[in-house]
Design a protein around this ligand. Structure first.
Ligand SMILES: [Zn+2]
Length: 398
């Protein structure tokens, strides 16, 4: 353990998290009392639910499960639940809180991990859900996650992974991209143009120094008008695209700027030059820009600073008997999903529920993820999880 006084940054180490040192102290006290009273081995079932989603969200993207499984690995517990990348509403069709994950085993096995487990799911799922909402807003156009600068650097890989899983096509941080096994996406900062001293000279320097694998996308709003700089760039180098990051003080109508730059490039024969937009974009501001002629988007803080989702973990069965606190439904439930409308329902027996919306027989939605602390299946790749998200988004039912 590295003493706090020897640490450069204010972050927990992986070992701190595994040892339960980031957990709320009342769980550590509970464990101490259970030990003193000989209650360490009583079996429980506990489920993770969400009472309501943030804002007006009808669904969330379940993300962060891979980290949770790594946290729980080696504990004497069984874990059941939805696969990562599932789109979920807070409630089932009959209004019961959806059990996204169920843990079976002695409470003492996972008591110290409740806090980090909820934090992992809350933050990752919030980011993934907002990425998915921006993904839908952008239609078929690419979106890139540029938001790591709005989050603590220690969690940049988590932010980028969640953004990618939610539907971003690429991420900007070097480490995040490395984790995803893909090249990092980026253009050029205003600082490069200021350091070179002239926009066109900066574009030429970029073209001269960067390898052929780096797309020639220049920032066309540093010293003068967007269309002037975009045309100058297209005339100076073999341009892939221009990024417009027009400051708020100059923005006026960003859609009109996009339309004008598109027009002026087109009439000069630069129809292939893409327009990549960035700067304070979100799910509301993206759709009009799609219609105005944007080619791609860089989205920052609206994704990386997305609201967290309030997951809760509650015991629903103690020593084989159903029990729950006020406001929660007791008993180990089994989760089913309609293959057509994607709505969920729970069942306490082997009876398979029928979808309230379309009358179709539902199918089992739970996967056994862990048995006695051992993973059932190898970890899924972020690409596979992202594909699951995109398939559900394309059906856009919930
Ligand atoms: Zn249905």
């Amino acid at each position: 353990m590295i003493p706090l006084t020897d640490r450069r940054f204010f972050i927990a180490t992986e070992q701190d998290i595994l040892d339960g040192r980031t957990t709320d102290v009342y769980f550590a006290r509970t464990l101490e009392i259970l030990k003193a009273k000989g209650l360490m081995d009583i079996r429980t079932a506990a489920e993770i639910t969400v009472s309501r989603l943030p804002r007006d969200w009808k669904w969330g993207v379940y993300c962060g499960l891979e980290e949770v499984l790594r946290l729980l690995e080696g504990k004497d517990i069984d874990v059941w639940g939805l696969p990562e990348g599932t789109l979920f509403p807070a409630r089932t069709q009959s209004g019961i809180k959806l059990p996204l994950m169920t843990i079976e085993g002695a409470y003492s096995q996972y008591c110290l991990h409740e806090t980090p487990l909820l934090g992992m799911l809350s933050h990752s799922s919030g980011v993934a859900t907002m990425a998915a909402r921006c993904r839908v807003a952008a239609g078929d156009l690419p979106i890139f996650s540029f938001g790591v600068r709005r989050a603590h650097p220690a969690i940049a890989p988590m932010v980028d992974r969640s953004s990618f899983i939610g539907g971003c096509d690429g991420v900007s941080s070097i480490l995040g991209a490395e984790m995803l096994g893909r090249p990092a996406n980026g253009t050029m900062p205003h600082a490069l143009i200021i350091m070179i001293g002239d926009s066109v000279e900066a574009f030429k320097a970029f073209d001269e120094v960067m390898g052929p694998e780096v797309p020639r996308i220049v920032l066309a709003d540093t010293f003068s008008d967007e269309k002037t700089e975009a045309i100058a760039a297209a005339d100076a180098i073999d341009l892939y695209g221009v990024r417009l990051d027009t400051p708020g003080s100059r923005r006026g109508d960003f859609c009109d700027i996009v339309r004008e730059v598109r027009w002026e490039l087109d009439v000069r024969g630069h129809k292939d030059v893409k327009l990549i937009l960035s700067g304070g974009l979100n799910e509301v501001t993206i759709p009009p820009l799609v219609r105005a002629g944007a080619s791609a988007f860089g989205v920052g803080s609206s994704i990386s600073s997305a609201p967290g989702i309030d997951f809760a973990l509650d015991i629903v069965e103690r020593d084989g008997a159903p029990v729950a606190k006020r406001g929660k439904f007791s008993g180990r439930k089994h989760l089913y999903r309609c293959p057509d409308c994607m709505g969920f329902e729970v069942s306490m027996s082997d009876n398979v529920p029928v979808c309230r919306d379309c009358g179709r027989e539902m199918v089992n939605a739970e996967v056994k993820l862990m048995e006695r602390g051992k993973r059932i299946k190898p970890a899924e790749s972020p690409d596979a999880i992202r594909d699951r998200v995109l398939k559900q988004l394309s059906r856009a039912v919930i």
